[in-house]
Design a protein around this ligand. Structure first.
Ligand code: MN
Length: 385
């Protein structure tokens, strides 16, 4: 029988991607297409409560035991889990057809692998999953025959532009807005304050990713993500700074022809494309792009002013546990930066130091990946940078 309703889990439903995913689902022409059977949130319980009332999931997961008790008493029919283990419980559900991972940071990896094992397609918004364990995740997906559909706008643009013909690509061109410090001097960047870094010109996102966009580490993580998603060597991945964020990325085919995906910045399109792939007739139509009066400009990224991008390429090329170190060291530093404990220059120095002092493990197991991740986090959380 043809199945018309897809069971979906939304991890990180109160975050930026999660809330926009719920908006996309609400606005689909076919309201029956998705049945939200599970949702998770970190600590925004107030928003989560409203979402539960509106979308009626069967199972939920919250950050802490106390929050779980609170939700349980308010919604007695709901199955309530908590913590990282709870996320795995949500993912370990054979009834799921697709899972959107909109959780931030490294917590997305284990639930994603669990869902893949069960044959659930993944709409992936959590780039750390592929940065930390891209080889393991893509291998598992291939074995299970599941799709990993990118929600990240650049990767969605590459999927859309390529038509899925990755073997016909000469290279991919990932665009970067350049962030708020595009025209700053090296000194200004090193001494940048958290409040300045949070002012992203084009996209409204969570705080961690906004800082990563200011340092261009976000672009670096996206390069590693693209390497795994599209099975392309790093030599075939270019980064082009495009401050207007209208070309969301492009591909160059073997014959030199370039196809780009263009539009006003909106996460609704990549989210909707991942959820309804490969159909385009079920979703809502966004406003048509106005070509007139637009000024598209492109620049070479400055690897000296933005060393995170360079470090990401290098860590990606070395592979093994190197990207794990890159990601963990950066994440700890970004949270310290958000707390005004360290400056932006300290992020660069610390990540570089950790990469230079890491004994890389080639082809690591999942346990080895988590060991390295934990080691770096524990060390840097204690350290005064
Ligand atoms: Mn992106």
């Amino acid at each position: 029988m043809h199945k018309t309703t897809k069971n979906i889990a939304i991890l990180g439903s109160t975050g930026s991607i999660g809330t926009q995913t719920l908006e996309v689902i609400e606005n689909l022409k076919n309201k029956e297409l998705f049945n939200i059977i599970s949702m998770s949130c970190g600590n925004n319980i107030a928003r989560f409560r409203e979402q539960i009332k509106k979308f009626h999931p069967k199972k939920v997961c919250v950050g802490t035991k106390d929050a779980a008790k609170e939700i349980e008493s308010e919604f007695p029919k709901l199955e309530v889990f908590f913590g990282d283990e709870g996320l795995i419980e949500l993912a370990d559900d054979k009834d799921l057809d697709i899972m959107l991972t909109g959780t931030s940071c490294c917590v997305g990896l284990k639930p994603t692998l669990k869902a893949i094992e069960n044959g659930t397609d993944i709409a992936l918004a959590n780039k750390e999953t592929l940065v930390m364990a891209g080889d393991i995740v893509t291998k598992a997906a291939k074995q299970a025959g599941v799709k990993i559909l990118p929600v990240d706008s650049e990767h969605s643009a590459i999927l859309q532009s390529s038509g899925g013909n990755f073997h016909l690509l000469n290279k991919i061109i990932i665009t970067a807005s350049g962030g708020p410090f595009l025209n700053s001097t090296a000194d200004e960047i090193l001494n940048a304050k958290c409040a300045d870094a949070l002012k992203h010109p084009n996209w409204n996102m969570g705080k961690k990713i906004t800082i990563d966009s200011a340092t261009l580490m976000n672009k670096g993580l996206e390069v590693i993500e693209a390497h795994h998603l599209f099975n392309l060597p790093y030599e075939k991945i270019d980064v082009v700074v495009h401050p207007e964020s209208l070309v969301h990325s492009a591909v160059e085919f073997l014959d030199g022809s370039i196809v780009a995906q263009i539009g006003t910045p909106s996460m609704h399109i990549p989210i909707q494309y991942a959820l309804t792939y490969p159909n385009r007739e079920i979703g809502i139509k966004t406003n048509s792009f106005n070509f007139f009066g637009q000024n598209l400009t492109f620049k070479k990224p400055d690897f000296e002013k933005f060393p995170c991008l360079k470090m990401a390429f290098e860590a990606g090329k070395i592979g093994g546990t190197m990207p794990v170190v890159l990601n963990a060291a950066n994440e700890v530093c970004v949270y310290k930066f958000l707390n005004n404990e360290i400056g932006m220059g300290d992020i660069f120095k610390t990540v570089e130091y950790e990469l230079n002092h890491h004994n890389v493990i080639k082809n690591p197991t999942l346990d080895e990946i988590f060991d390295v991740d934990r080691e770096i986090r524990e060390k840097l959380s204690k350290a005064v940078c």
